[in-house]
Ligand binder design. Structure first.
Ligand code: SF4
Length: 134
């Protein structure tokens, strides 16, 4: 229930957008997702290590807005638990022929971010990663 509460109470437009698109389809699954569970905490730690590795290996930086970074980390954690992969939290995930797929095939760090968004626009679609100094 805490994820739902977060969806309804947060001031973050981004997270509301994410939740809005997913609420209908994932309602039952969301209810079962306990953000205070050991499973969620452990997976969140893994996601934090993962995003740190991404930043390091790509020469990117994190957005200075910590709320955005935290929100996306939560979304990636959630998707990993629900779907088994770190699908982008800003795009729909659908089941196609028994497999989960995201719109635009966005698995973090996604191809559009690597090839276009970060080099040309300075940040990925979700805004967690931004262009490095080099
Ligand atoms: S836009 Fe791409 S790089 Fe950014 S969080 Fe989503 S999947 Fe990751």
């Amino acid at each position: 229930m805490q994820v739902l509460d977060l969806c309804f109470n947060t001031n973050l437009v981004l997270f509301k957008k994410i939740c809005y698109h997913k609420l209908k389809k994932d309602y039952i699954m969301l209810r079962a997702l306990d953000m205070n569970s050991e499973e969620f905490k452990t997976e969140k730690e893994k996601t934090e290590k993962f995003v740190n590795k991404v930043v390091e290996s790509k020469g990117w930086k994190f957005n200075e807005d910590k709320e955005i970074v935290d929100t996306i980390i939560m979304g990636l954690t959630r998707n990993k638990i629900l779907y088994g992969k770190r699908f982008c939290p800003c795009f729909m995930v659908e089941e196609v022929d028994g497999k989960f797929k995201s719109t635009d095939d966005r698995i973090c760090p996604c191809k559009p971010a690597i090839e276009d968004e970060i080099p040309n626009k300075g940040m990925c679609h979700c805004g967690i990663f931004i262009k490095g100094d080099n």
